[in-house]
Design a protein around this ligand. Sequence first.
Ligand SMILES: [Fe+2]
Length: 267
Amino acid sequence: MTESQGYVDLHLHLLPNVDDGPRSMEDAVDMARVLVDDGVAAATVTPHFNEWNPDLLPNVDALTEQIDSLRQSLDSEQVPLQLLTGAEHFLTPELLHKLKLGEAPTLAGGPYILVELPFGDKPIYADELLHQLGLSEVMPVLAHPERYRWVQQDPDSIRPLRERGVLLQLTAASMLGHYGPGIRKTAERLLLHGDYHLVGSDRHRARQSRSLSELEAAVAPLIGSDATDVLFRQNPRRVLRGEPLLPVLEEPIQPPKKTLLSFLGRS
Ligand SMILES: [Fe+2]
């Protein structure tokens, strides 16, 4: 399978013994096999980088070597998954500094950087830091906004960030309902509003229900095939090429009207 045919997974934890991903090279190769079977052709490996947690702060100089070593194992096991560099950065003031020093990996070494926030309330520094990131040479991609409590409480509260150029990434397990109905509903609402630009599996292990093909099957009936193609194929490739992303929807889609029977769970 070539890169042009398969998915590009822009968010996953595949390097062995680097973060909370696979615990051995064998587990990592297993996980890569699952990805390839799901239709993934290329992936930016995005280990957690958290300046405030030494357990989740990989040595940036060692990353290239670790990716090379995984590449060699995939080659010898004949698993055709193209690996690219990346990171999932916990948003901290130190991140801006690291970025200026060239010590904060971006997605495929290009102009997009994947960042995450705590799952509870929005930190008071988040807006300013995301704004600062947007003013720098990189474009922030916020991982799984639907998983943050403040977004679930008020999905519209994400919009000021979007208007400032923050891009949003939908995580497979959220939309597939594995984090519960509240997160799934939030994901659906953002999706129908056209808030997402990208998707990712956020897979940590081989045996996890985080399939991009299942996600695509869930998303396509809601937003249509053209928008799905932008979300799953065109935009990820634009990230790899360092090009501006396309809007997924020209305008929001109204959610289907609830009938009395659907409220009662009978349709
Ligand atoms: Fe992640």
